[in-house]
Design a protein around this ligand. Structure first.
Ligand SMILES: [Zn+2]
Length: 228
């Protein structure tokens, strides 16, 4: 018979629960603001994106810049955006059937110091910065000095203007279509006996393809991940 003794050991302490919720320690808003002030727009772009932009193999070509102790070929790529992140790849070549097949077996990210002494990483011990925190900080700086009331008012106005613009465009399109239809009716040729078209030409009317209409459209719903 099973008892519920295992249940008690699975209960986390309050500290344990908190650690599980947040995972890594997050940097404070103040530290993020300080960081955002000290780095370039390019670094902020990579931070906000949460991803560096490394060139593809076709773009950069495949060149090796070193060999490690295990004989692996080393390839280094610098982020085309921030210019500070370096992707270090290890490649190996395996002979098979008279040909050599190359494989990337490892990839590692390093950061270098920029020419003007710029660094990518924030001082250690301040916690982890998420792309969202960076975005929030950049946005808060951009909106500094504006009141929430004024922003709401402006946003509501923008929505009303967009709706009015769309309504006007719809109306104009409707009127245009009506005018065109009226013109077609008026321009009907005066009753003149039409020359009989040869039967052969009439039979060659192409059948309308229904392929385009049959395409199914898939919509992927993406749920925004809500974190605390
Ligand atoms: Zn980058």
């Amino acid at each position: 018979m099973a008892d519920d003794a295992t249940g008690s050991s699975a209960v986390l302490s309050i500290q344990g629960e908190q650690q599980q919720e947040t995972g890594r320690v997050r940097a404070s808003d103040e530290d993020v603001d300080l960081y955002v002030d000290g780095v370039s727009d390019e670094v902020l772009a990579c931070r906000e994106r949460g991803r560096h932009l490394f060139p593809t193999i076709r773009q950069a070509g495949i060149h090796f810049n070193g060999v490690d102790r295990d004989g692996m070929l080393l390839r280094r790529l610098v982020c085309t955006c921030c210019n500070l992140a370096v992707k270090v790849e290890k490649w190996e070549g395996v002979r098979a059937g008279g040909r050599t097949r190359f494989r990337r077996v490892a990839s590692n990210l390093e950061y270098r110091t920029g020419n003007d002494g710029e660094v990518y990483l924030a001082p250690s011990g301040r916690g982890h910065m998420t792309p969202r925190q960076i975005g929030d900080s950049v946005a808060s700086k951009a909106l500094a000095g504006q009141t929430l009331t004024a922003l709401r008012k402006a946003a509501t106005k923008a929505a009303a203007e967009a709706a009015a613009e769309k309504a006007a465009a719809d109306k104009a399109a409707g009127e245009k279509a009506a005018t065109r239809a009226a013109a077609r009716t008026a321009a009907k040729p005066a009753a003149k006996p039409a020359v009989k078209a040869p039967a052969k030409a009439a039979a060659k009317t192409p059948a309308k393809s229904g392929a385009a209409a049959g395409k199914a459209r898939t919509t992927r719903a993406r749920s925004a991940k809500g974190t605390s």
